[in-house]
Write a protein that binds this ligand. Structure first.
Ligand SMILES: [Zn+2]
Length: 282
């Protein structure tokens, strides 16, 4: 939502045109309660790579047999390894190449989305992934893991249990989920989403430099190393009020930065060609 509010009209319209070619465009619209269909498509596209985790049309390599490829999709793989890169926060840990390819995919997807020689179907498939992964790259635990003495990764905090006394309902959760949910629940929509986005944007002005995906991931990794794991040696740490306040501020700032940078990236990829009025190729 922050990205959408920051984009110029030409970029919004180019984004809208691409997303209309996405095979799940009608599903996105069916879920909306009225409002601007281009904004609806943009918001639904941003969570689409997570939504397909529970969608039975898709499959996970190594766990399931491939499902039939439906029209408009290159295949139905969920691509779970695209969401993160597992860089160790503790020195000397994690031998061998890091698991996860978000670093490489950010570059590949940006190239496809901006490539006028690629087919509309290819660009439409790449765009929701690009929107989503710019967000993921700003969540510290999508760029880092802590490794145990046995050399095992904690999978970006997914294997770390915490108690969060500030949670509305269930206080037991993984550290990864805690950080994912800090900026707000993924099902926020409509007026409540708009007002949450407005207060974050008011609190955090656009970053001075848009930076590169490698810099965004490096910022995330540094945060993970210094401020994301609760202090102490408890096997299941309880989040303190001080830690929680700090975490909320970090997560809010990261989401705002992701929004501004996504807008900037899409403007550069989609609105740098000839002026729209000079084009009659579609
Ligand atoms: Zn993700």
């Amino acid at each position: 939502m922050i990205a959408w509010e920051s984009m110029d009209a030409g970029t919004k319209s180019a984004v809208g045109q691409l997303l209309r070619q996405h095979p799940d465009y009608e599903r996105w619209q069916a879920r909306a309660h009225g409002g601007d269909p281009e904004l609806t498509a943009f918001l639904e596209a941003s969570t689409w790579p997570d939504d397909i985790r529970k969608d039975r049309r898709f499959y996970t390599t190594g766990r399931e047999e491939p499902t039939a490829t439906l029209p408009g999709f290159p295949d139905m793989e969920r691509r779970l390894h695209w969401h993160y890169v597992d860089r160790p926060v503790n020195p000397g840990a994690g031998t061998g190449p890091a698991a996860g390819v978000i670093d490489r995919q950010l570059a590949v997807l940006a190239r496809i989305v901006g490539d006028r020689q690629a087919t509309m179907a290819e660009r439409a498939y790449a765009l929701p992934w690009l929107i989503h992964l710019v967000g993921d790259a700003h969540q510290p635990l999508h760029a880092a893991s802590r490794y145990g003495p046995d050399g095992q990764s904690d999978n970006g905090g997914n294997l770390v249990s915490i108690v969060n006394p500030f949670a509305a309902r269930y206080t037991s959760m993984s550290l990864h989920r805690y950080w994912d949910d800090l900026p707000g629940p993924p099902w926020l929509r409509d007026g409540r989403l708009a007002s949450a986005a407005r207060s974050l944007a008011a609190l955090h002005r656009p970053p001075t430099s848009p930076g590169t995906p490698e810099q965004w991931l490096d910022e995330s990794w540094r945060l993970a190393r210094e401020r994301v794991y609760p202090p102490g040696d408890d096997a299941v740490p309880t989040i303190s009020a001080t830690f929680h306040e700090d975490a909320l501020a970090i997560a809010g700032r990261r989401v705002a930065e992701a929004g501004y940078r996504l807008a900037d990236l899409l403007q550069r990829l989609l609105h740098s060609g000839p002026r729209r009025e000079d084009r009659n190729d579609r």
